[in-house]
Design a protein around this ligand. Structure first.
Ligand code: GLP
Length: 257
């Protein structure tokens, strides 16, 4: 069992994004060659917007940073407008001073996807591991694309997406039939090796998954609950995402208003 997960609760999603962006900027200022683990989805968009502003006004620089993204859809080329590589380029990489070769997103169109997974793990290992990992959470408790039932020791692999995840992500595609059915994802074991993990969740639709992840012990029904065995994990929530937390967790949380 790791150390207790720290919980910070912000008034709203903007304040939560400010908090996470400031934490990431501070970490980069302290160690300019930081190895960052990055996430996609609606939740971190505002964090990236704030980091872009900080880079553009000279507060922080990504020039020595290396980044590893959590996951990518199988079958989407890097320039596909819904690929996670494209997301990262348009939300962050194209607007900051990061070195292109130091940004890593698994390739969903590699000829040998299994080799791609092994190479991705090796690339993380070669950099000495991830210093600071950003995570979101799915409504079903998934982290990256590790769906309920995933192995706690899992490494980067090709996985099937659940109907629930396909439906949740359909909002980004023209129709639900365009949503890929498979993805490459870092495993829970890969994620847990990061020195520090920050999970951000906003909105009422995440409240049940957040409450389960933080209470009731680690279990396969909630991949995010395995973060309870992490050494240095913080959840940054807005008030809506914290609305189903048990009283004891609310009392021990830090409020950032
Ligand atoms: C996606 C991603 C996850 C993300 C989650 C929540 O499917 N693979 O990394 O955290 O779902 O996404 P959102 O922030 O859009 O709610």
């Amino acid at each position: 069992m790791g150390n207790q997960i720290k919980v910070r609760i912000a008034e709203n999603s903007q304040a939560a994004a400010n908090d996470v962006a400031s934490e990431f900027a501070r970490a980069i200022q302290c160690k300019p060659s930081l190895i960052l683990g990055l996430a996609t989805g609606g939740t971190p968009v505002e964090v990236y917007r704030k980091l872009v502003a900080m880079v553009q006004n000279g507060q922080v620089s990504f020039s020595d940073c290396t980044t590893f993204n959590l996951d990518e859809y199988v079958g989407l080329a890097p320039d596909h407008h819904q690929s996670y590589r494209h997301f990262m380029q348009s939300k962050l990489f194209d607007h900051v001073d990061v070195t292109a070769e130091k940004t890593h997103v698994p390739s969903g169109v590699a000829e040998d996807l299994y080799q791609e997974c092994e190479d991705y793990e090796a690339a993380i290992r070669n950099e000495g591991g991830i210093d600071l990992q950003l995570l979101g959470i799915g409504e079903n408790g998934h982290i990256a694309f590790n769906e309920p039932g995933s192995e706690v020791k899992g490494r980067t692999s090709v996985v099937d997406l659940t109907e629930n995840t396909i439906a949740a992500n359909a909002r980004f595609f023209d129709t639900i039939d365009h949503v890929p059915r498979k993805a490459i994802t870092m495993g829970i074991g890969t994620i847990l090796e990061a020195s520090k993990i920050v999970l951000m969740a906003t909105g009422r639709n995440k409240a049940t998954a957040v409450a389960r992840a933080l209470s009731g012990g680690p279990g396969a029904d909630s991949p995010a609950s395995y973060l309870q065995s992490g050494e240095d994990v913080t959840f940054v929530l807005d008030a809506d995402a914290s609305s189903e937390l048990p009283d004891a967790l609310i009392e021990s949380a830090e409020f950032i208003f």
